[in-house]
Design a protein around this ligand. Structure first.
Ligand SMILES: [Zn+2]
Ligand SMILES: [Zn+2]
Ligand SMILES: [Zn+2]
Ligand SMILES: [Zn+2]
Length: 121
């Protein structure tokens, strides 16, 4: 039969009835595809893997973690590292020569970290 409009289906699996609405994207989702925090599984996949609360804007070029603006440092447009990698970038570069190109961004950025990141939206 055709889908009854009165029964909203989960927009992720399109099988189970939706019981909640994702607070981030507004998708209707079933109990399987929404977390306790009201975030759907799709958004969770796009979520910052450091804080788990904000949408990621990019992936760390070193570890590949998805990171939001606040948990990462943008060394260069398109080159972003998470705060964990940032904290130990020196040793990462030493151990992994393939990241030595990051070294040149290091000096300039290190001074401003924490203070110059304060711009709102
Ligand atoms: Zn579902
Ligand atoms: Zn969502
Ligand atoms: Zn974050
Ligand atoms: Zn990282």
């Amino acid at each position: 039969m055709s889908r009854a409009l009165s029964t909203r289906l989960c927009e992720v699996c399109e099988v189970r009835p939706a019981i909640a609405r994702c607070r981030i994207c507004g998708r209707w989702v079933c109990s399987k595809h929404v977390g306790k925090d009201g975030v759907c599984s799709v958004c969770r996949d796009l979520m910052c893997q450091v804080c788990g609360r904000k949408l990621a804007v990019d992936a760390c070029v070193v570890c590949g973690r998805l990171v939001c603006r606040e948990d990462s440092v943008e060394l260069q447009p398109g080159i972003r590292v998470c705060r964990f990698c940032w904290a130990r970038l020196d040793s990462i570069i030493e151990e992994n020569p393939e990241f030595s190109y990051l070294r040149r961004y290091l000096q300039g950025r290190r001074a401003g970290l924490g203070t110059s990141q304060g711009q709102r939206r």
